[in-house]
Design a protein around this ligand. Structure first.
Ligand SMILES: C[S@@+](CC[C@H](N)C(=O)[O-])C[C@H]1O[C@@H](n2cnc3c(N)ncnc32)[C@H](O)[C@@H]1O
Length: 445
């Protein structure tokens, strides 16, 4: 982002750094902001560092890797300050120093790669004499559903992620079966998801476009022979136009249909379709911060809204009298219950449904007023109706975990007549990206 004659201009395409001098072309202009395209970097900022990845500039993954991590963290803290204080005008007296991620590469536990018969070519590749094979396995180019660029080495996920992807790429090239064509909706090899854990368990989920059983079996078997340490090998047959698998049934080819992550002695079971925080080490830090700020007593009833697979609910259960988790996705609630069961946690209750339908005054009367309420909504934040029920329920403390400080600020504005904002704690879950998690504690006036 930059400013031209006082107007904010968002820049697309070439990655820029604070202090760069660039020529831009404005491609779109409105009263409040404009969008521009970088034509040429005239001089590079002194703060720039050398990007570590060969795919920098094409890939949408680690867009800030040319900016030192300390400056990335400063920028994320500024983002939180801007949303809560400068734009949101909230009564915030202090923002705690951001908690950085110890790992800044290989911190993700889940990646999805796409097979495609339509390779993305960079301008240099277009202008070269080389004939490139159109069949690739890699990431979609940002904003292009049909184009994929090949990944040689990705710095986001630890071993054996890269090795598994390269093996499948070579296997698919050597086979007679085609890579998927997203425009013609034809082909066989479609997509692969790889999940790693701190327990060394590995899950692979392959999507095939057609139910050709012999070829599915021989692909899975070849992968397993090459990587006998895969503990959960699954596949989908997806003949739909879109890549989403939430409405499909996974088939387990080898091992268990889930993997397990361990946090502070608690085991969390992660199925093929389950959500789990993608930076597990930093998720542990985030949950500890949430639990510390919640200051739960053994007599407390705790609500954990937007509980997902019940990770926070189960994580804080030992401190509380009872924890109630509410979440939209029924499968996630099933996982949450299993996670309580396998950890011998008996003081949790989980409910599935849309928050604004489930959490009403009748629900509060039936289950009791929460002493402490933890909420971790999606990027869109909470519905007004949900905030109104929270106000009526009058918990002593609210801990609001958010991945979008803008919607968090909007929601906090509806609570500050009855609550003090007493702690603001940003946490960086995703180094080299603009994303920042922010935890706010509110105490009742
Ligand atoms: C940011 S995630 C939080 C996950 C969980 N706290 C964790 O740390 O793993 C937000 C969750 O809200 C759920 N969700 C989104 N919209 C919802 C709604 N309207 N009602 C209930 N849950 C919803 C999503 O399915 C997702 O699991």
């Amino acid at each position: 982002m930059t400013k031209v004659d006082g107007q904010v201009v968002f820049l697309n395409g070439t990655e820029v750094a604070p202090g760069d001098v660039v020529d831009i072309e404005v491609v779109f202009s409105k009263k409040k902001f404009a969008e521009g395209r970088v034509l040429r970097v005239v001089s590079k900022s002194v703060i720039r560092q050398e990007p570590f990845c060969a795919h920098f500039g094409v890939c949408g993954g680690c867009k800030w890797q040319h900016i030192p991590y300390t400056l990335q963290k400063d920028q994320k803290t500024r983002q939180v300050h801007d949303q809560l204080v400068r734009i949101g005008h909230l009564p915030v007296t202090e923002i705690q120093p951001i908690v950085g991620s110890e790992k800044t590469t290989f911190y993700r536990n889940k990646l999805e790669f796409t097979f495609s018969a339509s390779r993305w070519l960079t301008p240099e590749e277009v202008n070269s004499e080389t004939e490139y094979n159109q069949n690739v396995l890699g990431f979609h180019v940002p904003r292009r559903f049909d184009k994929v660029f090949p990944i040689e080495h990705c710095h986001l996920q630890p071993d054996p992620s890269n090795a598994i992807r390269l093996f499948l790429r070579d296997y698919a090239h050597a086979s007679e079966w085609p890579f998927y064509d997203h425009v013609a909706h034809e082909g066989f090899f479609r997509n692969v998801m790889i999940r790693t854990t701190t327990t060394q368990q590995v899950m692979v989920v392959i999507q095939f476009a057609r139910p050709i059983q012999d070829q599915i079996d021989s692909t899975c078997q070849a992968l397993l022979d090459a990587f006998p340490n895969i503990t959960s090998l699954n596949y989908f047959v997806n003949s739909k136009r879109n890549d989403s698998y939430q409405d499909l049934e996974p088939i387990c080819f080898h091992g268990k249909p889930y993997i397990e992550e361990v946090m502070e002695g608690l085991t969390f079971r992660i199925g093929v379709k389950s959500f789990y925080q993608t930076n597990p080490e930093q998720a542990f830090e985030l949950y500890k911060i949430t639990r510390d700020l919640a200051e739960i007593k053994s007599t407390d009833l705790v609500y954990d809204l937007y509980t997902g697979t019940g990770t926070i609910a189960n994580f804080v259960a030992k401190q509380a009298r009872q924890v109630i988790g509410v979440e939209y996705v029924p499968e996630a609630i099933e996982d949450a219950k299993i996670n309580s069961e396998i950890n011998q946690i008996t003081n949790t209750l989980f409910f599935a449904g849309d928050m604004k339908k489930v959490l009403d005054t009748e629900f509060i009367e039936r289950h009791g007023r929460p002493d402490v309420l933890i909420t971790d909504p999606p990027r869109a934040g909470m519905d007004k109706e949900v905030i109104e029920v929270i106000r009526q329920a009058q918990p002593h403390r609210i801990v609001y975990v958010s991945c979008n400080a803008a919607t968090q600020a909007r929601d906090l504005a509806l609570l500050i007549d009855e609550y003090h904002i007493d702690t603001v704690q940003p946490v960086d879950m995703f180094p080299h990206t603009h994303h920042v998690e922010n935890v706010v504690r509110l105490t009742r006036k």
